[in-house]
Design a protein around this ligand. Structure first.
Ligand code: SF4
Length: 284
C-alpha cells in the first residue's frame, strides 16, 4: 500500500509560535494561566499543564495580578478590559492572521455592518465578533442570512463588510458570500476572504491528495475547525475517510484492497501523532 503524506501536515506557524512562547513563559514565570484550551490537542495541553500551565474557562477564575495566555484564536475586546481590571499580565499569543481581522473589523465597524462567516461557537469567531461591535452578525449557513438581513436593516447602515473565520473553506466562502449578495441587493458589499494562508494551502493539498487515493486518513482534534474542514474536503473526493485524533483509533480499520492511502493532519496535530499513524499504516 502506497502512503502519500501531505507536506503541509501538522502545526501551522501560529500554533508553533503559541507553543514556543507558552514554554518560554512557563520557564520564566511561576504561574501561567491559559484562558481556554491553548490548542485543540489534548496531549499538547497535558504536556504544558505538566510544566505548570493552568487552563481555565473563565477569566473570573484567575486570581488578580497573575499571568494569562490569550491563545492563537484570539479573545474578544471585553477579555482585554476584564484582564486590565484584574491587573492580569497578558501574554498575548493571538495569531498575527487573527489580529489582522480584529484590526480590519475595528476600522470598519463605524460605517459597515459586519458579517462573519464561521462557526458561532468557535473561540476565534467569538473573538472577532467581540471586536465588531453590535452591528455585526455571524453566518454559519444560508439559514442565517434572513436574520442577518433583519439585523442589518435595524442598524441603518447601508454598507456590509464580510470577513470569515481563518479556517473557513474557500468554496464555502464563495458560495455563502454569493447567497448573501443575492439577498442584500440594496447594500454596498465588500467581501474580504480572510482565510489563513496556511489553512488555504493545506486545504488545496488535501483536495489534490484525496482525489488520487482510495482511502484518506485525516488526523486532528475533534473540536479543531481546520481538521474538520480537511475531513469534509476529503469526503467529497474519496469514498473511505477516517478522521482520527491518534493512531489508536485506526487499529481496527480495514485497509485490505487499498492501493493508495493519503494522510493529512490539521494545524494543531503534533508530529508524533502523524508519525504514529504512518507507522501503523506501514504495518498494515
Ligand atoms: S491556522 Fe492560520 S490563523 Fe490559525 S493559528 Fe494557524 S497560522 Fe494562525
Amino acid at each position: 500500500m502506497e502512503i502519500i503524506v501531505g507536506k503541509l501536515s501538522g502545526f501551522c506557524p501560529g500554533v508553533k509560535n503559541t507553543i514556543k512562547k507558552a514554554e518560554i513563559a512557563l520557564k520564566e514565570k511561576k504561574e501561567v494561566y491559559c484562558l481556554g484550551e491553548i490548542i485543540h490537542n489534548g496531549q499538547v495541553i497535558k504536556s504544558l499543564e505538566n510544566k505548570g500551565m493552568i487552563t481555565v474557562n473563565n477569566i473570573e477564575d484567575i486570581p488578580n495580578g497573575e499571568n494569562v495566555i490569550f491563545r492563537a484564536h484570539g479573545e474578544p475586546e471585553i477579555s482585554y478590559e476584564k484582564a486590565e481590571k484584574k491587573n492580569l499580565k497578558i501574554i498575548d499569543l493571538t495569531c498575527g492572521n487573527v489580529k489582522i481581522i480584529h484590526d480590519k473589523v475595528k476600522e470598519k465597524k463605524e460605517n459597515y455592518f459586519i458579517i462573519i462567516l464561521g462557526n458561532k461557537k468557535h473561540p476565534e469567531v467569538i473573538g472577532t465578533k467581540g471586536f465588531s461591535g453590535k452591528n455585526s452578525y455571524v453566518i454559519e449557513s444560508e439559514d442565517d442570512i434572513l436574520d442577518a438581513y433583519i439585523e442589518c436593516e435595524k442598524s441603518n447602515l447601508r454598507q456590509v463588510y464580510i470577513v470569515s473565520q481563518t479556517t473557513f473553506g474557500d468554496k464555502e466562502f464563495e458560495e455563502l458570500a454569493l447567497e448573501i449578495e443575492k439577498n442584500f441587493v440594496e447594500f454596498n458589499i465588500i467581501k474580504d476572504k480572510t482565510l489563513c494562508n496556511a489553512t488555504e494551502k493545506r486545504q488545496k493539498e488535501v483536495e489534490e491528495i484525496s482525489k488520487i487515493v482510495n482511502s484518506m486518513v485525516v488526523i486532528g482534534g475533534k473540536h479543531s475547525a481546520n481538521s474538520k474542514e480537511l475531513a469534509k474536503i476529503s469526503e467529497k473526493n474519496c469514498g473511505q475517510v477516517y478522521f482520527v485524533e491518534t493512531a489508536e483509533e485506526l487499529k481496527n480499520a480495514d485497509f485490505s484492497g487499498i492501493e493508495k492511502v493519503g494522510v493529512m493532519a490539521g494545524a494543531s496535530t503534533p508530529q508524533k501523532d502523524i508519525d504514529d499513524v504512518i507507522n501503523l499504516l506501514k504495518e498494515k
